[in-house]
Design a protein around this ligand. Structure first.
Ligand code: GFB
Length: 409
């Protein structure tokens, strides 16, 4: 009878194993059985932080829509942040999303987890993770030549040699990498998940997938859930109070603790300063028609300060110190502030603090077609500023009015 019991137990364990997939390389001591499956994604390495935030939203919406379907056991694993092209101060390890964002808030919208939570869930002991299936998204070769933009996907030869390690971890690899020519919405990738038994599926070059619907209420829910971490908000609050005479109470920018409780009142007043996002570096070289030089920027800022009857301006910029000092000299009749950060802050954190400070100003003017500016505009829409104080740009030779991306609830 003991042998019978032992055999039955073994059989139950065997059944459980095939019903619930097993992650990580077969190393029985380090693997744990879990009922979850995991979507990973990664983005073209040179892309900046704020475009990556947009790609996140496309995939968070994809994962959000899987809830309450037969694929509801999928979680979306957040790609840790590594050194980005625009970050001058190098970071030595992968940075989790909680460094920048409020994880609880993200999780209220979509079943997302940090990479380390994934490792925990599968009891991964840092040997080697092999992703079951990797799809490197690429554009159809002929799409731009023929102008045929039909939604479609097809496994094809790789246009570029795919990478075999992911997220700069040399122990996250895959033996099953395919290139997927793709034209469609992020949620169309469900067609890959459906027939698959894989427990881990990674989409590389995720930026190729488009937003399901740009600017609808689901887009804005995903966007509203991207609240910044409390630590970064505190840094911004201290700076606003110390230099800009600005606080949420006085500015009318208090939001409920939970983004789901936001109702969309347009009553924000903002702090008594003008905020400017002046994008330089690659924009100043490659987009000279659309962005002003420093003298032109200064004269446009002065004109605005006069019009608004303000004498304080906050400048968020990636300009060099030399350019910034030139701007400061040209604005010497006014109080000019910039957040220089402190040693302990990463470049990404400083950029977010800049965005928070910009988004709380009475009036904002940004840079044409910069995703950094777009994210500030969205933040202001969420806080409920009048539109005319938000959708403004510095002019180059061109000065077309920016599109208004109005919030929808
Ligand atoms: O965020 P991002 O995608 O915006 O990339 P764009 C620009 C990066 O430059 C930011 C830094 O993530 C910051 O690291 N940066 C820019 C700033 N402006 C500021 C600022 O005011 N303050 C601080 N602290 N940092 C896209 C890039 O940039 O432009 C693409 O994503 C490409 O890779 C394209 O270069 C031309 O949309 O402005």
């Amino acid at each position: 009878p003991n042998r019978l019991i032992a055999n039955s137990l073994l059989f139950i364990i065997f059944l459980k194993t095939i019903l619930m997939n097993e992650v990580c390389e077969i190393n029985q001591n380090s693997c744990k059985i879990t009922k979850y499956r995991y979507i990973f994604y990664d983005v073209n390495p040179p892309e900046g932080f704020n475009l990556r935030r947009d790609v996140y939203m496309r995939f968070a919406i994809f994962a959000h829509k899987l809830k309450n379907t037969e694929l509801s056991n999928f979680k979306l694993v957040l790609p840790p942040w590594t050194n980005l092209y625009h970050w001058k101060k190098k970071v030595s390890t992968q940075i989790p999303w909680s460094h920048f964002f409020d994880l609880k808030s993200l999780k209220r919208f979509s079943p997302v987890i940090e990479m380390y939570e994934f490792f925990d869930e599968v009891n991964y002991k840092f040997t080697k993770t092999k992703i079951d299936e990797v799809y490197v998204l690429q554009h159809f070769r002929e799409m731009f030549q023929t102008g045929n933009f039909e939604d479609k996907m097809l496994i094809e030869d790789c246009i570029r040699k795919p990478k075999t390690n992911f997220y700069y971890y040399n122990n996250i690899t895959s033996d099953n990498i395919k290139c997927l020519s793709f034209h469609g919405y992020a949620s169309d990738l469900k067609k890959i998940l459906k027939p698959s038994n894989a427990q881990t599926i990674l989409f590389d070059h995720a930026e190729v997938a488009l937003h399901d619907r740009f600017g609808d209420n689901i887009y804005w829910k995903a966007r509203r859930s991207m609240r910044f971490s409390n630590e970064l908000k505190r840094f911004a609050a201290v700076f606003r109070s110390k230099y800009l005479n600005s606080s949420d109470l006085a500015d009318g920018t208090i939001l409920p603790d939970d983004w789901e409780a936001e109702t969309g009142k347009r009553t924000a007043k903002g702090g008594p300063y003008l905020s400017v996002h002046l994008r330089r570096r690659d924009f100043a070289i490659g987009r000279t028609k659309d962005v002003p030089n420093i003298e032109e920027a200064a004269s446009q800022i002065i004109e605005l300060l006069r019009k608004l009857n303000l004498n304080v301006v906050f400048i968020a910029t990636d300009a060099t110190i030399k350019e910034y000092e030139q701007l400061e000299r040209l604005l010497s009749d006014y109080k000019v502030h910039r957040f220089f950060g402190v040693e302990s802050l990463t470049d990404g954190a400083v950029a977010i603090i800049d965005q928070i400070i910009c988004s709380h100003a009475q009036y904002f003017v940004g840079t044409h077609e910069s995703t950094f500016t777009f994210r500030i505009q969205e933040e202001r829409e969420i806080m409920g500023f009048p539109e005319h104080t938000t959708f403004n740009r510095l002019c180059g030779d061109t000065c077309e009015k920016p599109s208004i991306w109005r919030i929808v609830y």
